[in-house]
Design a protein around this ligand. Structure first.
Ligand code: ADP
Length: 297
């Protein structure tokens, strides 16, 4: 079974506070004992193809605790999306078990909210109707649907756009709608697969701040896939680094930055130190994927 490796001296266990790090620095949830809500145990995935089997993910363990914001960082093709899709119930593991609140994941469910990189709004529905969609499916009364949707649209700054159709919105606004839609359903965990990957740099930074602000208020549990090192540090309270294909978790590092976070933190020594460490980890993986470093056994 794959193990969560912790080669760095200041890392103890997944989700643990670093020595002299997060403790007492205002991390949401730090004051009380946190519960593990998502458990990934020995989860592996292979895809059968004409040329044989592709091992996308080796047996992998991951524990996600209530209020965690975990960023999954790794080079392209290392199995990040595969892992997230299995948690979402969109793909089935070839081995191992995923449980959410102790119940095995057997398919998609409203307890997991998904935001993808590509724009996934229904083009024939307005912004408000898109956000109401899941609530209607749940059988929520129409007035309550609208009230809930408007609450989250206000949070993402789209109060005045509820009657617009997706094609009338910029990419950033579409992703804000997708975020409001996911949040309105009040999922146990928010699963985000490179949600800002298609946005320009400035919009991406705006979205990062917006999502962090919402997380700091709502204390949602988030699993966030990215290949951007800065994004992984700025957003996460833990960065889980994946190795090149076949993927596995090679290290799991706490982020020693307090909340609320703002952009100035990107120039602080703790940020720079973690960035240097992650840059090296990712560089090795990119070289390994390109065949320039020996693969690990
Ligand atoms: P990442 O998200 O890290 O870029 P993915 O999880 O998308 O990586 O893919 C991991 C590996 O699994 C890649 O080699 C990819 O080609 C392969 N893979 C993903 N989905 C499928 C599929 N449906 N069929 C075959 N191979 C797949």
């Amino acid at each position: 079974m794959g193990k969560v490796v912790s080669p760095h001296a200041w890392h103890s266990a997944p989700g643990a506070a670093p020595q002299g790090g997060l403790r007492g620095l205002g991390r949401p949830g730090a004051a009380h004992e946190k519960m593990s809500i998502l458990q990934v145990s020995g989860v592996a995935k292979s895809f059968a193809g004409r040329g044989g089997e592709t091992v996308a993910l080796q047996a992998t363990d991951l524990l996600v605790q209530e209020n965690d914001f975990i960023t999954i960082l790794g080079p392209s093709g290392c199995g990040k999306s595969t892992l997230l899709r299995m948690v979402a119930g969109l793909d089935t593991p070839s081995g191992g078990v995923i449980t959410l609140d102790g119940r095995p994941v057997r398919g998609p469910g409203a307890d997991r909210g998904m935001v993808f990189q590509s724009y996934t709004l229904f083009p024939w529905l307005t912004v408000l109707q898109n956000v109401c969609f899941g609530l209607r499916e749940k059988g929520m009364p129409a007035a309550q649907q609208k009230e809930t949707a408007r609450h989250f649209l206000a949070k993402v700054g789209l109060k005045d756009f509820e009657n617009h159709f997706p094609k009338q919105l910029s990419g950033g606004m579409q992703q804000r709608t997708a975020l409001a839609r996911a949040l309105a359903n009040n999922p146990r965990i928010l699963l985000m697969d490179e949600p800002f990957g298609a946005l320009d740099h400035q919009t991406r930074e705006l979205m990062q701040e917006l999502l962090l602000g919402i997380w700091e208020e709502e204390r949602k549990t988030v699993l966030f896939v990215t290949h951007d090192i800065d994004e992984s540090i700025f957003m996460g309270n833990r960065v889980v680094v994946m190795s090149a294909r076949p993927g596995r978790i090679k290290c799991d590092l706490p982020v020693p930055l307090p909340h609320p976070r703002h952009y100035a933190m990107k120039t602080t020594p703790p940020f720079a130190e973690l960035k240097a460490r992650l840059t090296e980890e990712i560089r090795i993986e990119v070289r390994r994927a390109a065949g320039l470093e020996p693969a690990l056994g």
